[in-house]
Ligand binder design. Sequence first.
Ligand SMILES: NC(=O)C1=CN([C@@H]2O[C@H](COP(=O)(O)OP(=O)(O)OC[C@H]3O[C@@H](n4cnc5c(N)ncnc54)[C@H](OP(=O)(O)O)[C@@H]3O)[C@@H](O)[C@H]2O)C=CC1
Ligand SMILES: C[C@H]1O[C@H](OP(=O)(O)OP(=O)(O)OC[C@H]2O[C@@H](n3cnc4c(=O)[nH]c(N)nc43)[C@H](O)[C@@H]2O)[C@@H](O)[C@@H](O)C1=O
Length: 326
Amino acid sequence: MGSQDNNVALSSSSFLADKSAKVFVAGHRGLVGSAIVRKLNQLGFTNLILRSHAELDLTHQSDVEAFFASEKPEFVIVAAAKVGGIHANNTYPADFIAINLQIQTNVIDSSYRHGAKKLLFLGSSCIYPKFSPQPIPEDALLTGPLEPTNEWYAIAKIAGIKMCQAYRIQYKWDAISGMPTNLYGPYDNFHPENSHVLPALMRRFHEAKVKGAKEVVVWGTGSPLREFLHVDDLADAVVFMMEKYSGLEHLNVGSGKEVTIKELAELMKEVVEFEGNLVWDSTKPDGTPRKLMDSSKLATLGWTPKVSLKDGLVDTYKWYLENVNL
Ligand SMILES: NC(=O)C1=CN([C@@H]2O[C@H](COP(=O)(O)OP(=O)(O)OC[C@H]3O[C@@H](n4cnc5c(N)ncnc54)[C@H](OP(=O)(O)O)[C@@H]3O)[C@@H](O)[C@H]2O)C=CC1
Ligand SMILES: C[C@H]1O[C@H](OP(=O)(O)OP(=O)(O)OC[C@H]2O[C@@H](n3cnc4c(=O)[nH]c(N)nc43)[C@H](O)[C@@H]2O)[C@@H](O)[C@@H](O)C1=O
């Protein structure tokens, strides 16, 4: 990687000092973007720039260019992406690599060229090799083969990290990257096949409870381990990194706690109050066996998560009942 000098913090301006600064949150209607907007609103930011996918397709370079030329945001948070669970990643590899490369390339490049002071790019824990040391340190990046079910998405995300690093090195521009673990919370995607495991199981258990079904099918063997973080904790970490971090290396953002998919399913069954049985469909892929991230760098800088998995599930199920299951 680049020399130590590139890791020296640039003279970035404080993010929190001016709550009237123009902040563009790309992807503000998604799980992550909506949590960041809630957090920024709580903090008193008054000048958020928001565009839905319908208003501005971030894969269209000339539209993105025109938007940045006219709005000139001072701070940019990239939470727009083509996102999905193991099945979606495995089924639509072209979409996952092409759309993500387009979105991030357009947003990062236009942000730099139209004078943004700082940009935060969000990747994912799937950037690391399938068989990484556990917990996974940031420097495990590019040390081995990726998990095949999500390598297309992972390659795009790795390119995003590298693009931020390249712009920092060549232009001395303050672009940073955060790598969240598996997230969940309000405004998640509850699609039966294309979503991540946590919202998929919440919906499946809830529908089974309502129908009085005797069993619920869960994918894979139940043995993979996953680390989950509530999206409100991630939003807090995003603000923390915007204010405090200005380095070359990407930073892991995790809860530090892992569960097996079987344990997650049992906990979900309890939270949703489904009384039937679990049936395992081992024809579905397990994916990476384990991906617990080492988030000690962020902890050393002063950030720690607050929401436990149990509390987070209870909170998310309440939101689901009030907002999705109408
Ligand atoms: N969810 C998770 O478990 C994790 C997420 N992350 C990262 O966090 C970020 C956000 O993910 P998450 O909130 O879960 O994803 P969501 O799918 O919930 O939200 C993504 C947002 O991006 C928007 N978007 C997608 N394509 C375009 C486009 N072409 N133009 C404009 N907007 C677009 C979507 O709008 P629309 O829906 O209208 O298309 C949506 O609002 C991603 O970078 C992801 O990699 C990282 C680790 C885990
Ligand atoms: C965030 C992360 O998300 C993805 O990676 P993943 O961690 O494998 O995500 P997942 O939530 O889809 O699955 C986790 C585990 O859960 C099991 N599982 C059981 N039952 C269901 C189920 O009903 N749906 C899903 N999706 N999974 C299920 C499933 O078989 C697997 O063993 C990538 O997109 C990757 O790119 C990425 O960044």
